[in-house]
Ligand binder design. Structure first.
Ligand code: SAH
Length: 235
């Protein structure tokens, strides 16, 4: 009888000394199936991109166990990495065919840019906060995703040098659609952008530019993104 108790105690102690390793591959698979596929995004290329990119590397080490949860998470500088489903919706909406060139405003952790890099030929991403932009660049380079170009600056102005873009994804929220981004959208291009109507009401909006250069605007869903700022002091 005593030996039996001793064994139980030993097993309990060993679980403290050798804690179970988290299996991120299983968590990632669950995230793709439950949060993305089962909510209607069935495009195999998009699902594969989410299988491939290790989201836990894009969050703070102490939050890694939560990286595949159905919510946004804080990253440095009081910013956030979006909820996986929102990243998936925005990706799906811009229709990321292989030969496309996509501009992202708000590099943040670099997760959305890394997902896009699996799907399209060229990704351009702009971050206003230098620390975040440089950290994301370093991580992404270590992962070997080579088709992303990084810029530190104000994304409101776009990135004229490489314009026009087939798709523009804005991951911070302005109170109006920045005219330079409309200018830099190609004919037939799609832009997805969370526009703030008031300080706590935002809507994800799709802008399509037709062959005559006319714009079509579709309101999609209510969302919550950090604000687009015009300088690093937050103004
Ligand atoms: N796409 C990111 C999430 C970004 S959070 C990811 O996958 O992790 C929004 C980011 O937009 C923040 O990092 C914030 O610093 C940045 N941002 C805010 N205003 C900006 C601007 N004018 N130009 C570029 N980036 C901006």
């Amino acid at each position: 009888m005593k030996i039996k108790y001793l064994l139980i105690i030993l097993i309990l102690i060993s679980q403290f000394i050798f804690p179970k390793k988290i299996d991120y591959t299983v968590l990632r698979k669950n995230m793709v199936e439950k949060q993305i596929l089962e909510r209607g995004i069935t495009d195999k290329r998009i699902l594969n991109a989410f299988y491939k990119v290790k989201r836990h590397l894009f969050v703070k080490p102490e939050l890694r166990h939560m990286a595949y949860g159905d919510y946004p998470l804080p990253i440095d500088e009081n910013q956030t990495i979006s909820q996986p489903y929102i990243v998936a919706i925005m990706t799906y909406i811009i229709a990321p065919e292989y030969n496309k060139k996509i501009l992202e405003i708000g590099t943040g952790s670099g997760y959305q840019a890394s997902i896009l890099a699996q799907l399209v030929k060229n990704v351009y991403t702009i971050e206003i906060k230098k620390n975040l932009g440089l950290k994301a660049k370093k991580l992404i380079q270590s992962l070997g995703y080579k088709n992303i170009k990084f810029k530190i600056g104000d994304g409101y102005l776009g990135w004229k040098e490489y314009a026009p873009y087939d798709g523009i994804i804005v991951t911070c929220s302005p109170d109006h659609i920045p005219p330079p981004l409309i200018e830099q959208l190609s004919v037939g291009g799609r832009m997805v952008i969370p526009v703030s109507y008031t300080s706590n009401v935002q809507e994800l909006i799709l802008i399509e530019k037709d062959t005559k250069g006319n714009l079509k605007r579709t309101n999609l869903i209510p969302v919550r993104f950090v604000p687009l700022i015009r300088n690093i002091n937050g103004k």
